[in-house]
Design a protein around this ligand. Structure first.
Ligand code: SF4
Length: 81
């Protein structure tokens, strides 16, 4: 049996696919919710919209998914690699 684990860029290994995250500014209503709940990943632009670090740390994945689920505008888009 082969292992599904692979090394990440920080030297750790993970069995989960890496994720990328971005905010669709055409949908974001600038509620600031994601910035408040996960400031390690999301930040507010000068225009008030949220943006995200494209590649969050693996320890943030669960909270990134929760932020996407709870976004009132469904503006948080998660990609898996
Ligand atoms: S929670 Fe959604 S709508 Fe609110 S700032 Fe974040 S991306 Fe924008």
């Amino acid at each position: 049996m082969t292992s599904q684990k692979r090394a990440s860029s920080d030297g750790s290994s993970t069995s989960s696919p890496r994720i990328s995250v971005r905010v669709d500014h055409g949908r974001c209503i600038a509620s600031g919710r994601c910035v408040r709940v996960l400031p390690e990943v999301f930040f507010q632009t000068e225009e008030g919209f949220a943006s995200a670090k494209e590649r969050p740390a693996p320890q943030c994945y669960e909270r990134v998914r929760s932020a996407a689920d709870e976004c009132p505008a469904s503006a948080i888009i998660i990609g898996e690699e």
